[in-house]
Design a protein around this ligand. Structure first.
Ligand code: 3PG
Length: 226
């Protein structure tokens, strides 16, 4: 995917990295829900202290867009994406807030079109071979396998590698410290995603060291696989 000059009322932009390059920045992508905007910057810094700079801030809370803006302004080293993007309108709002990539649990024709027009690195969610093929036909060869564990996880990814070897996945949903080490060596996996790095209670209690330690642990697991 790249730049398009097709007319759009919103945010056409050229981004320095494509989706694959973004996934390569970190073996793990934390799926973050921010309820209190005042926690956003410290949370991002805690993850960065643990060597994770690719952050998926989900649009599941009222605070999400303000949080994205705050992280973009105050933590320039972070790569900030919007997650749980379900509509073209949400994608536009996320672009307005300054996101550098976007993630969806699925893909609709409207969202696909909006993502293509904007040029934003975009990771659509897929759960079946047909969905993966449809997304690839629309130019999205890097995809989020969601919900990874529920739809077949490692066995599914191994089975897909035969007929769909050109597709790259970020499995998310049921992935955590205990099974990420089995996903990352797969040839069609570039990174894994999950919410385990930002436990709700730790964020609420501003226990940033817990989050830094979880991030470090995840990076260590990935490093030991090399
Ligand atoms: C997502 O939106 O990607 C998932 O909710 C994350 O799944 P997890 O909570 O099982 O990590």
């Amino acid at each position: 995917m790249g730049y398009t000059d097709e007319p759009s009322s919103f945010h056409i932009r050229v981004l320095p990295m494509n989706t694959l390059e973004i996934l390569k920045c970190s073996p793990v992508m934390p799926v973050i829900v921010i309820q209190d905007v005042d926690t956003a910057v410290d949370l991002a810094r805690a993850l960065l202290a643990g060597n994770i700079r690719t952050l998926e801030v989900t649009l599941r809370s009222d605070a999400a867009l303000t949080a994205i803006r705050a992280i973009r302004d105050q933590v320039p080293e972070a790569l900030v994406g919007a997650g749980t993007v379900r509509t073209a309108q949400q994608l536009d709002a996320a672009l307005e807030a300054g996101v550098q990539f976007a993630v969806s649990p699925g893909l609709t024709p409207e969202l696909s079109k909006a993502a293509q027009v904007s040029g934003i690195p975009f990771l659509p969610g897929v759960a079946t071979a047909s969905e993966a093929m449809r997304a690839a036909d629309q130019g999205f060869v890097v995809q989020k396998l969601f919900p990874a564990e529920a739809v077949g996880g490692i066995g599914l990814l191994k089975a897909w590698y035969g007929p769909l070897p050109d597709l790259v996945f970020c499995p998310t949903g049921g992935v955590h410290a205990d099974n990420m080490g089995a996903y990352l060596p797969l040839p069609n996996v570039e990174c894994v995603g999950g919410s385990w790095l930002t436990p709700k209670q730790a964020v609420q209690d501003r226990q940033w060291q817990i989050i830094t330690d979880l991030a470090r642990q995840a990076c260590e697991i990935a490093r030991n696989l090399k």
